[in-house]
Design a binder for this molecule. Sequence first.
Ligand code: GTP
Length: 235
Amino acid sequence: MKYNRILLKLSGEALMGERQYGIDPQRLAEYAQEIKQIHDKGVQIAIVIGGGNIFRGLAGASNGMDRVQGDYMGMLATVINGMALQGALEDAGMQTRLQTALEIKAIAEPYIKRKAVRHLEKGRIVIFGAGTGNPYFTTDTAAVLRGVEVEADVILKGTRVDGIYTADPEKDLSATKYDTLTFEDVLKKGLNVMDTTAFTLSQENALPIIVFDMNKPGNLVKVCEGELVGTTVNV
Ligand code: GTP
């Protein structure tokens, strides 16, 4: 395996499957199987999941809701997704721990870096919920922050597109995919990989990002084996 410890970022929307809202148990079970393949090969796995399938702070704000209030609601949405993913991973036979940036001790451990690392060393999958615990930060930023903290080798951004394109491939049919990019390339070309805060944090800590299609079976294991799947952003 090319990577020993990974931080997998999953979007909340991905959990909807074909639905318009909420969580598709079938999709969750599929993700659990994908994750199991790398877990069985000994990869240490930390996961940050978004909440957009349930609530988005920014969307709330654009409808007149207080932004901070909306962002906290979004953080709670990530906890719901984290609990669902935890259940699916445990059903598939993996040990997990859910740690949250906002304390909700009846359902999850509070985020403690040293405990998280210990869990990873023992082969437990650690899911980080509630983003960074602060409004105005995205779950991409939470993913990079936690990735840096637990010293992950790479951020794996699982999406529904298979990498970074010259333009949005869902809108522009002539768009072509990059295999590798440097952080500087991304900035020079004005490509949209993650929001600026997340991207800068990754760049400053020389933590590579791989954007890949999480919905294609077998992709996650290929990425961890070092196969050129998706787009890699590195120094
Ligand atoms: P080790 O000490 O490495 O064995 O880790 P551990 O997680 O097994 O030990 P611990 O005694 O800390 O936790 C036992 C169980 O309680 C685990 O399932 C934890 O996820 C859970 N747990 C620990 N702290 C909390 C907490 O603050 N809230 C909740 N809800 N569960 C917790």
